[in-house]
Design a protein around this ligand. Structure first.
Ligand code: ADP
Ligand code: ADP
Length: 227
């Protein structure tokens, strides 16, 4: 797990400031949530870590590297989205293995096998690796998307509203699974949501955003006591 530091980060599109003055300090292994309404700049903040967007100001430091100077493919980041876009013609095994297959450096087949099975075990998907996405439930599909991120053994996980396509009951169930997975992996995770109760149950640190700025940041207890 790695630390992540935002140092006065800003991003503008022409005259539109998507985010500005972002300072966040994340310790290795922390679960941090960016919370706020649609359009407040959560995805932009996350996308800049992955390299999907370049900041127009400031620095983002992962471990001891300024990643804004590092190619996206070399950042060791895995991202999970709301629309998890599994490949319908591939089995769950192949869907999870995909990032390893897509690498320039070939991963040995025994290593692919080991990593897919380890992830599947943690996600409760072991018995269904031969199935196709259409043969499993929404919650299981979301777990496959997580598995696909896990086999990359990233230094940081970025999760952009990963549960928002699920029904309420499943969301609540997946929350506790996610918390469990976070603890077992000991990984640094950044999570984006507009759901306050999700942020409060999952996080070590909640960063509340509004109009492209950080409005408040603290542990769930701190925010609960100083609303
Ligand atoms: P959130 O994830 O909180 O919904 P976003 O980060 O997607 O918010 O968007 C933050 C702001 O930046 C919004 O005002 C949005 O319209 C603007 N924005 C995002 N992407 C672009 C873009 N490619 N071009 C212009 N404006 C953008
Ligand atoms: P390589 O070994 O060629 O660097 P990678 O598997 O590291 O290949 O990644 C290939 C490209 O796909 C990179 O740009 C990487 O950022 C992107 N990519 C693949 N899977 C993901 C994912 N789950 N989240 C974010 N980016 C991803």
């Amino acid at each position: 797990a790695q630390s992540v530091q935002f140092q006065n980060v800003g991003k503008s599109y022409g005259s539109v400031n998507a985010v500005s003055g972002i300072n966040i300090s994340i310790e290795p292994g922390q679960f941090v949530t960016l919370l706020g309404p649609s359009g407040c700049g959560k995805s932009t903040t996350l996308n800049m870590i992955a390299g999907l967007e370049m900041p127009t100001e400031g620095r983002i430091i992962i471990g001891d590297r300024d990643v804004t100077t590092v190619k996206p493919a070399d950042r060791d980041i895995a991202m999970v989205f709301q629309s998890y876009a599994l490949y319908p013609h591939m089995t769950l095994f192949e869907n999870i293995a995909f990032p390893m297959r897509a690498r320039r450096r070939r991963t040995q087949e025994s290593e692919v096998e080991r990593k897919v099975r380890t992830a599947a075990k943690m996600l409760g998907l072991e018995s269904m690796l031969g199935r196709y996405p259409r043969e499993i439930s929404g919650g299981q599909r979301q777990r496959v998307a997580l598995g696909r991120a896990m086999v990359r053994t990233p230094t940081v996980y970025l999760l952009d509203e990963p549960l928002s396509n699920l029904d309420q009951q499943l969301r609540v169930q997946m929350r506790s699974e996610l918390k469990d997975i976070h603890q077992r992996l000991g990984a640094t995770m950044l999570y984006v949501t507009h759901d306050q109760s999700e942020a409060m149950t999952l996080s070590d640190l909640v960063v509340v955003m509004s109009n492209g700025r950080i409005e408040q940041a603290g542990s769930p207890e701190e925010l609960y006591n100083n609303p």
